[in-house]
Write a protein that binds this ligand. Structure first.
Ligand SMILES: Cc1cc2nc3c(=O)[nH]c(=O)nc-3n(C[C@H](O)[C@H](O)[C@H](O)COP(=O)(O)OP(=O)(O)OC[C@H]3O[C@@H](n4cnc5c(N)ncnc54)[C@H](O)[C@@H]3O)c2cc1C
Length: 391
């Protein structure tokens, strides 16, 4: 139980993604009583993205603090650390296989399972679904007034934006908006690969597959529910989705047009697109500038993508959101006033997140450069040698 003066204050978290849920749970564990406002009418984390590798030094740290690490281990897929890297002709540049029973440091879990784990431990009443924040207004005495699309208004002492890339909390702290990263990813799903397409499972292995070339990529990722989530990825201008002439609401036609864009790629790699089932979801990838900071406000802060959205090429977005939640929750529990807690959290968060944002940006540039597969293999080997040397 906390003796902090913050305990008597009203704390609101905007967004029930992995960052907001982790923060709410850790604050509850320390005796606080936060309210979480989420725009969706129910939990939709299962529908938003696939398998995530949870790192020892960040996501796992938060799960241990929440007392959920053992349950996480029961759900985690350690074999999901397999990784294959090809060029567009299916020449192999890397083929890493996770060793059975050798519990690695970055096991995989589906986003839905991870969020369900957090939800199951949360005091249910704390989440208000169907509350989309429209505007947050700073009041004279340091509190913040929250206006929701459904007409609800709330006034809070401490406000945490965990509402993703296009945060409605961020305008209280800075005028900056995320910029298009130059990358557009088209998400497809090949369902039940084990039974429907064993040849693709054989090619993909039990984890991730990257095929890179011509400033494009086909990325595959085996999920816990038996599907391979596929990202056909393109370095293109922001308007490309409007000008490419592909109607993504017509999956069969869209797949044929996507296949034309990979016409001179190896035929087996093209099966990632050819075999895809159901809806297709195109996404522009946005990022905040590396080293992004805002003017400190003692009653408002940001965690996760709202604080440092970056391309997925460092594979750390969820991990950072959970590490932010961990760092902020512990700072709130340690300090008597929210200003000092936020200051300590932001100092620490700026340090680790800017390193990751730089790595993510460098990897993005590398993955969509000439001879990307060869360059990526060299980089991964250097990192591997470095780790061995450090040990
Ligand atoms: C294609 C792709 C692949 C990725 N792969 C990986 C990966 O392999 N590993 C990894 O670690 N990361 C990955 N990421 C990044 C990861 O998904 C994000 O970094 C992570 O989800 C951030 O969590 P969050 O809780 O900060 O925000 P989010 O997950 O974006 O959650 C924000 C929540 O806020 C809610 N919300 C938004 N606006 C409002 C509002 N106005 N009012 C109320 N609620 C609101 C949303 O509905 C949502 O529930 C990937 C991202 C993409 C796009």
């Amino acid at each position: 139980m906390t003796h902090s003066a913050i305990a008597s204050k009203r704390i609101a978290i905007i967004g029930a993604g992995p960052g907001g849920l982790t923060l709410a749970l850790l604050l509850q564990r320390h005796g606080f009583n936060p309210v979480v406002y989420e725009r969706e009418v129910q939990d939709t984390n299962r529908d938003r993205g696939g398998s995530l590798d949870i790192h020892e030094e960040s996501g796992q740290l938060a799960l241990k603090e929440a007392g959920l690490f053992e349950k996480f281990q029961e759900l985690a897929r350690y074999e999901g650390e397999d990784f294959r890297l090809f060029d567009k002709h299916k020449n192999v540049y890397m083929d890493e296989e996770a060793v059975e029973d050798d519990h690695g440091t970055r096991p995989e879990i589906d986003r839905g399972d991870l969020c369900q784990l957090l939800l199951d431990s949360l005091d249910k009443g704390c989440i208000r679904y169907g509350h989309k924040l429209q505007q947050a207004i700073a009041l004279d005495h340091g509190m913040t007034e929250l206006h929701f699309e459904n007409g609800v208004v709330d006034t809070v002492d401490l406000l945490v934006g965990a509402d993703g890339a296009f945060s409605r909390v961020r305008p209280l702290l800075s005028d900056l908006q995320p910029e298009y990263s130059g990358l557009t990813m088209v998400e497809l799903n090949v369902l039940d690969v084990k039974n429907n397409h064993p040849d693709l499972l054989e090619l993909n292995s039990r984890g991730k597959m990257f095929a890179l070339g011509d400033r494009k990529g086909i990325l595959g990722q085996l999920n816990g529910d038996g599907r391979i989530k596929v990202y056909a990825s393109f370095e293109v201008e922001r308007e490309w989705l409007d000008t490419c002439g592909i109607d993504f609401d017509q999956p069969t036609e869209a797949k044929n047009k996507l296949l034309e864009l990979f016409s001179d790629w190896d035929d087996d790699l093209k099966n990632y697109i050819r075999y895809a089932d159901g809806a297709i979801q195109p996404r522009r990838i946005y990022m905040l500038p590396v080293g992004y900071r805002w003017k400190h406000n003692p009653g408002v802060t940001l965690i996760g993508d709202s604080a440092h959205v970056m391309s997925p090429f460092a594979g750390v977005g969820v991990n950072l959101a959970m590490l932010d939640a961990y760092t902020l929750a512990l700072a709130i529990a340690r300090h008597q006033d929210s200003g000092s807690a936020i200051e300590e959290y932001e100092r620490e968060m700026y340090r680790y997140s800017s390193d990751m944002a730089q790595e993510s940006y460098d990897n993005l540039v590398l993955c969509f450069s000439d001879d990307a597969a060869a360059k990526m293999a060299t980089l991964m080997k250097q990192l591997h040698d470095q780790t061995q040397h450090d040990v």
